[in-house]
Design a protein around this ligand. Sequence first.
Ligand code: IPE
Ligand code: IPE
Ligand code: MG
Length: 249
Amino acid sequence: MSLGTDSVREIPEAGSMPRHIAIIMDGNGRWARKRLMPRMAGHKQGVETVRNVIKSCSEHGIEYLTLFAFSSENWRRPADEVSFLMQLFAGALEQEMTKLHENGIRFKVIGDISRFEPRIVKFIHQGEQLTAHNSKLTLTIAANYGGRWDIMQAMRKMIEESHNLPRQFKEADLTQYLSMNYAPEPDLFIRTGGEYRISNFLLWQLAYTELYFTNTPWPDFNKREFDLAIQSYQQRERRFGQTSEQIRQ
Ligand code: IPE
Ligand code: IPE
Ligand code: MG
């Protein structure tokens, strides 16, 4: 019998900074409604928060930031909202890429982008190419992303490349095909906006991630709120199946 599984990771030192933060940016619509504004105003304000969070991550020396921008289920929203979100995404890609590059940020997108307008697909590819060799912070945007989609597409590739021969697959055989195969698993997951669910985000990779939920809607998630999440993470004891006594030895 094997004593461990592939899922067991080396335990990061207690109190250390997270290397990888993954965020579900939620609560834009309710933020706007509360101010008697259209939902779109909340999305617009949310882009400001994205800028600020990227800045905070750079300042703290965080290596990976992954933001859930549009889920595979978000197509079910009213057509005018979907279209607004697409325009906002396209505009941000066009306007911000040079600045990201100047700041040493590597830009990546995960998700099935084949459904996006050709103009957006072009901006994504150009941005990824332009910033490919930057090493300060890797910013990943999850767009038309779903955790189950990711596992399924990885499984398809794994089976295809094993020439359909039955094999004893290990976790690592699959994880190399997951769309975020270039990053360690998230240390800290944050969801703003007061919901307590994962909403089909990184299902595989969140297995041992520390979860942090806040009622603050995304447009109000400022530097102070960000620091509170980091502080909460730093007070946790990550055990990966072991006992507290073993960890403190
Ligand atoms: C998150 O805010 C943004 C996206 C899903 C694109 P919401 O739009 O879900 O805001 P609420 O949950 O309705 O407040
Ligand atoms: C999750 O938010 C997706 C993004 C933040 C992009 P939703 O607001 O769409 O999640 P549910 O549908 O309420 O779970
Ligand atoms: Mg929501």
